[in-house]
Design a binder for this molecule. Structure first.
Ligand code: 13P
Ligand code: SF4
Length: 312
């Protein structure tokens, strides 16, 4: 740790230059990190940035599967994640050994496996193609018509894509512990308070909540939707970090956090593990570093590349 008198943000920027690093941050990161980052975006935008960067170090301010994806697609880079414990409940819900056993038990189905990017490298290595919330509809539409689709690990995103595409899929029963906390009641109550506000929800929300939304979309699409909309106020039904970017980019509009039954807004405890202090230390020590066995990395790269090609 550095002395509190030192300007941490300045220190980070100077370390970034010394290390020839790029700072990539997800839309759910704390405001101070978003303000320092070279790029702030959703999982898809971050994957494209990680794939094309020529910096030597990628300081990834997000959760583990995001930093791991960066390492998979750009393996010669040093990828650091400020807190290695920044996991994801969706990723945890689908361990690679369980998926492998399931695929073996149902080998007769010859599944085409579509994995939401919120999963481990081991799960990616068992998949045919990866998707994010920003391109899931496109990826499912591009799937071979004669194959059974197994969609892992988010059943809510999966059922939303089934509604949008009309394509039958088998869904792994995972969910995001943050987005399932929004309920029909909690969103209806805030709508009564702000009847003019448009409701924008992430597809990881439950069906009952998605039904109340004017728009269901990825975090990046939330930015363009709110910018293009005539509405002046929006109820944002996703993780609270999203509000920083929306407010920064559209200071003339009003953004109200979607509440859960228990809280006025929803925080992802994993996303919030990253702090400026930890980012500083990660750039200083080049630790914690993301590493993975080459065989897994190389196999996991194939479905990610397929996704990037289909989304370009
Ligand atoms: P986006 O790709 O839409 O940013 O979603 C990532 C995520 O983890 C949502 O909970
Ligand atoms: Fe995972 Fe949910 Fe956190 Fe996104 S908000 S990183 S899906 S636990």
């Amino acid at each position: 740790m550095i002395a509190p008198s030192v300007d941490l943000a300045e220190e980070i920027l100077s370390l970034k230059r010394e290390r020839n690093a790029v700072i990539l941050a997800h839309n759910y990161q704390v405001r101070e990190i978003q303000e320092l980052a070279d790029f702030v975006g959703d999982s898809l935008g971050l994957s494209f940035q990680a794939a094309k960067t020529d910096a030597e170090v990628i300081a990834f301010c997000g959760v583990h599967f995001m930093a791991e994806t960066a390492k998979i697609i750009n393996p010669s880079k040093t990828v650091v994640l400020p807190d290695l414990d920044a996991g994801c409940s969706l990723s945890e819900s689908c361990p690679a050994d369980k998926l492998a056993a399931y695929l073996e038990r149902h080998a007769d189905k010859n599944y085409y496996v579509i994995a939401y990017i919120n999963c481990s490298a081991g799960v990616k290595a068992l998949s045919d193609v990866i998707c994010t919330s920003g391109n899931a509809v496109k990826i499912v539409r591009a799937a071979p018509a004669d194959r059974n689709i197994l969609f892992v690990p988010d059943q809510n995103l999966g059922s939303w894509v089934m509604e949008k595409t009309g394509r039958e899929m088998e869904l792994w029963k995972g969910n995001c512990y943050v987005h399932v906390e929004f309920t029909q009641n909690s969103i209806n109550r805030i709508r009564e308070q702000y009847p003019e506000a448009a409701v924008v929800a992430h597809p990881e929300c439950t069906f009952a909540v998605r039904l109340l939304a004017d728009e269901v979309c990825s975090t990046e699409r939330m930015i363009s939707y709110c910018r293009e909309s005539d509405a002046k106020a929006f109820i944002i039904v996703t993780e609270s970090g999203m509000l920083h970017r929306l407010r920064r980019e559209m200071p003339d509009k009003v953004f109200i956090p979607g509440p859960t039954e228990a809280c006025a807004c929803a925080d992802c405890r994993f996303m919030k593990m990253n702090t400026l202090e930890k980012l500083h230390d990660a750039l200083l020590n080049l630790r914690p570093e993301i590493t993975l066995p080459e065989a897994v990395r190389a196999r996991a790269e194939l479905p990610i590349r397929r996704m990037l090609e289909l989304s370009a």
